[in-house]
Write a protein that binds this ligand. Structure first.
Ligand SMILES: Cc1cc2nc3c(=O)[nH]c(=O)nc-3n(C[C@H](O)[C@H](O)[C@H](O)COP(=O)(O)OP(=O)(O)OC[C@H]3O[C@@H](n4cnc5c(N)ncnc54)[C@H](O)[C@@H]3O)c2cc1C
Length: 180
């Protein structure tokens, strides 16, 4: 939640700079590549915010750490990148001032790396999440993946043939449901 606050602060400053800084042809906010930075940052932050919110909701509702372990691992794995990416864009649109100690971004950028280490390395959270996800998945039956089209077509053909054989074997009925 603290990371959301830090990232939101960086995004607010990014947008303020974009609408304030005049170049020879309009503001930075009028440049499409800067607009893309704003859009990507907002999307990344909102996705992360919803993941945090859902995880907090599950913690409250389930009161069972094991049941939310993978959600917590996902939050911890996502967190450093969200902060890193948004702060990096904020630095970029602030130009030289962005990398100076007149702005808070360098500390925020270092904080994004700290987030990937301090509460356990990101890799450990990724592994915890992936292990739990994979443990719930069954291997495909047979040689091919379950969405393999030729195999699926063959299964459908066999099912259709079986249904056709069953229909042919059943007594024929007319529209009124009486045997012909
Ligand atoms: C600001 C700060 C606050 C901290 N607060 C606490 C605290 O409150 N409580 C606490 O117990 N610890 C705390 N720590 C310690 C923190 O948990 C460790 O720094 C962290 O687990 C990494 O361990 P390490 O520094 O020994 O590095 P190493 O174990 O040497 O890891 C170095 C790097 O190797 C990689 N790595 C390590 N393990 C794996 C793995 N299993 N799979 C893949 N890659 C791996 C990662 O990239 C990792 O960053 C804090 C650290 C910092 C920087």
């Amino acid at each position: 939640m603290r990371t959301i606050g830090e990232a939101r602060k960086a995004l607010d400053l990014l947008m303020e700079r974009a609408v304030s800084r005049q170049t020879r042809r309009g503001t930075l906010a009028e440049k499409q590549l800067v607009q893309a930075m704003v859009a990507d940052s907002w999307i990344q932050l909102e996705q992360f915010r919803l993941l945090v919110l859902r995880t907090a909701w599950k913690i409250d509702r389930l009161q069972d750490y094991k049941a939310v372990r993978k959600d917590i691992a996902a939050v911890k794995a996502a967190m450093p990148k969200v902060l890193h990416d948004i702060v990096s864009r904020a630095i970029q649109v602030h130009g030289s001032r962005g990398v100076s100690d007149e702005m808070p971004f360098v500390e925020q950028l270092v904080a994004s790396y700290v987030m990937g280490i301090a509460d356990g390395p990101t890799e450990v959270h990724q592994v915890a999440l992936a292990k739990e996800l994979l443990a719930a998945v069954k291997p495909a039956e047979g040689l091919f993946p379950s969405a393999h089209r030729p195999a699926a077509r063959e299964r459908a053909r066999r099912a259709l043939a079986a249904a056709g054989a069953a229909t042919a074997a059943a007594p024929h009925t007319n529209d009124a449901g009486r045997s012909a």
